[in-house]
Structures are given as structure tokens and as C-alpha cells.
Write a protein of this length. Structure first.
Ligand code: M6R
Length: 364
């Protein structure tokens, strides 16, 4: 039931602090700030390569996780859309972990890729929200997200819960490989446990986002820019906007702008910039200036410090809490979800059942 909410999507966006806390609670131990994954019957420290396969929003969660696996566990990561992976001839070496990410656990392309990897002798890891799904049944390593049923066709809470599980898994692998000291583990877990409160703080800006949605609603095209782990978030933001408001949107790596897409920039194309303050901030801001110099209208999403430095002259700004870079992708998911939601509401589209889309894509 929707309760006091207008749409399931809205309800699911607001559930995120609770369900992310639930999900983190089942993979992290708060008493001593350690990672506590279930026992598996293979040695995770021996994994030589991780192959991530997923579709849509789940794929973007995988893209964020690639940064974490590389950074923490120093393991090479390959990632692909399930529909592409299945029909190229992927080289799968022995000792690899093939990781499938899916809300429904029934997406046909992802399931076909899973069966292919299984036949090729890979260890099968599954991050899934529906515990009774086909993918859950076929996993060697089952990592459920505890987001609860997701009804809105646009995936929201499943995404942030997938990120929570994937961060815990990357940290676990790093610990097992001897690459993360006990003190580092405590620090990483401590930051992850800050996520629910930070998500709440992000949700506090719902009204600001609702009141600027009319600035975006008339656009025909919207660009989203981000760097590092915020690059997949830019693509996720664009996907959300396309799905429910039917506005054409693209997510780009900030540094790629000048290699082509900058040609699109004029006053009619809003550019949403995701730029938490941190090591990549200055670079993203200089890409933002390139857009501004060409008459582009910018919506800057950053924390107070970032907005103070670069917020002037923007069409609008959205303030996020200042967070550790590890949890920024979870926190910045909130404004892109809310922006898509409120723009769709301004346009009066069917938010929970957008045209041409199904919740679970069970055909290849
Ligand atoms: O159930 P899955 O996570 O496997 O679904 C994958 C995609 O179909 C899904 O994320 C889709 O892109 C959503 N509608 C995005 O909001």
C-alpha cells in the first residue's frame, strides 16, 4: 500500500534510509565495525577476476562496484550489459567470480548470462532482491538485498541496497586477501554505517527539488555529468528521467564532454552536474565551466562546501550532506531519483507504470 504517498516510487524513495540500514545490518557487524558476510564454500581470497553482468539500473550499481573492487580488493573487474555479454565470446578464466545483479532475479538476459557462466565453471554470485527468484536458486553465493518488494517500475530502493551489499562484498574480499587492515576495515564499515543518516539528510531536500522541477520539465534534452563513481550515477539519473518523464537524457563522464557532447550545449539543454567535494571536485568543476562558457544552464548537486565554491551562476543548486566518498553514490542517488520523480509529476505522466515498460523484463 502507498500509505500517505502519491506513488509507489515516491514511497520507495523515502524507504531508503530504512531498507539500506536493514541491508547493511545483515552484512556488517556494528558491535565491532567489521564485515560479516555469510560463509561460502569457496575461498574468496583466491578469486582472480570478477565479471559483473546486469541490466539497467542494476548494471549501474555494478559499475559503481567496479571502483570498489579495484580500490579495495585490487581485483580486475569486467562489467557488461547482460544482452551484450551473452552474445560476445567472453573469455572466462578458471577461478573467476561471475556476479549477477538484479532486483527481480528474473531478467531473461541476466539469467541466460548466469547459466552460460555456470556452464563455463565460474563461481556464481547473485545480488538479488527477490529471494525466491530463479537467479537466487542458481547462486553459489547468494547475497540478498533487503529492500522489500519494489512496485514502481523505476528502480530506486533496490539500487541503493545493491550498492550497500556490493560495498560490503568488496570490503570482505579485501579483508580476506589481506589487503585491508583491521583498522581500515573498521573505518570503511564506520563510513557505510553512516549511510542511512546521510540518506535521510538528502531526503530533507525533497521540497527544494520539487520546487525546481518546473525548470527541467520543459526541456527536450537533459545531460547529466559525473566523474569516478558518480559517472554511473549520472547515467542512472538520465535513465530515471527518461523512463518516467519521457525527456531525452544522457549521462556522461564529465571529462568526455569536450570530446563531442559539448556540441549539444545551448540554453535549452539543462546540465545536471553531480559533484561531491573531494578529490575529483575541481576537475568536474572545470568541465562545468566549459559548459557554462557555452551558455549551458547548470543544476549543481554538491555539498555546502562545493556549492559555496561553484554554485554561483547556476540555474539551480541542490545541497547534499557532506559525506565520505565511499557513500557518496548512495547519497547522490536520492537527488537524481527525486528530480526525475518531480519532473514526471509536473508533466503528469504515469510515474509507477510508465509507457512501454515492464517491471521485470523476462524476454531476451
Ligand atoms: O530486475 P532487474 O534488476 O534485473 O532489472 C533490470 C532492469 O530491467 C531495471 O533496472 C530497469 O532498467 C529499471 N526500470 C530501471 O529503473
Amino acid at each position: 500500500e502507498k500509505g500517505n504517498y502519491r506513488h509507489f516510487m515516491q514511497k520507495e524513495i523515502f524507504e531508503q534510509p530504512t531498507v539500506v540500514a536493514q541491508t547493511l545490518g545483515s552484512y556488517l557487524r556494528q558491535s565491532d565495525n567489521s564485515v560479516a558476510l555469510p560463509q561460502f564454500d569457496f575461498d574468496i581470497s583466491a578469486i582472480k577476476r570478477v565479471t559483473i553482468v546486469a541490466c539497467g539500473t542494476s548494471y549501474y550499481a555494478g559499475m559503481v562496484a567496479k571502483y570498489w573492487f579495484e580500490q579495495f580488493a585490487r581485483v580486475p573487474v569486467d562489467i557488461d550489459f547482460a544482452s551484450e555479454f551473452r552474445y560476445r565470446e567472453p573469455v572466462l578464466e578458471d577461478g573467476g567470480l561471475a556476479l549477477f545483479i538484479s532486483q527481480s532475479g528474473e531478467t531473461a538476459d541476466t539469467l541466460a548470462a548466469l547459466r552460460h557462466c555456470k556452464a563455463m565453471g565460474q563461481t556464481i554470485g547473485v545480488v538479488v532482491n527477490v529471494p525466491t527468484s530463479s537467479m537466487a536458486r542458481e547462486a553459489d553465493l547468494l547475497l540478498p538485498t533487503h529492500a522489500g518488494p519494489e512496485i514502481g517500475v523505476a528502480s530506486t530502493k533496490a539500487f541503493t541496497c545493491q550498492l550497500a551489499v556490493l560495498a560490503a562484498l568488496a570490503a570482505h574480499m579485501a579483508v580476506k586477501k589481506g589487503l585491508m587492515t583491521r583498522a581500515e576495515e573498521q573505518e570503511v564499515v564506520g563510513h557505510l554505517l553512516e549511510a542511512p543518516a546521510a540518506l535521510n539528510a538528502a531526503l530533507d531536500h525533497d521540497d527544494d527539488i520539487a520546487s525546481m522541477a518546473h525548470l527541467i520539465a520543459p526541456a527536450r534534452d537533459v545531460l547529466y555529468l559525473g566523474r569516478g563513481p558518480d559517472y554511473p550515477l549520472a547515467m542512472e539519473g538520465a535513465l530515471k528521467l527518461k523512463e518516467i518523464s519521457y525527456i531525452h537524457a544522457e549521462g556522461y563522464a564529465s571529462g568526455e564532454m569536450k570530446h563531442g557532447p559539448i556540441a549539444l550545449i545551448d540554453e535549452a539543454v539543462p546540465v545536471i552536474v553531480l559533484a561531491p567535494s573531494g578529490p575529483l571536485f575541481e576537475k568536474t568543476v572545470s568541465n562545468m565551466e566549459e559548459v557554462r562558457a557555452r551558455g549551458g544552464k547548470i543544476v549543481l548537486i554538491s555539498d555546502a562546501e562545493g556549492l559555496e565554491e561553484a554554485g554561483e551562476g547556476c540555474l539551480a543548486t541542490i545541497e547534499m550532506p557532506r559525506v565520505h566518498p565511499l557513500i557518496a553514490p548512495l547519497v547522490y542517488a536520492i537527488p537524481v531519483q527525486l528530480l526525475a520523480y518531480h519532473v514526471a509529476c509536473v508533466k503528469g505522466t504515469d510515474v509507477d507504470q510508465p509507457r512501454n515498460l515492464a517491471k521485470s523484463v523476462t524476454v531476451e
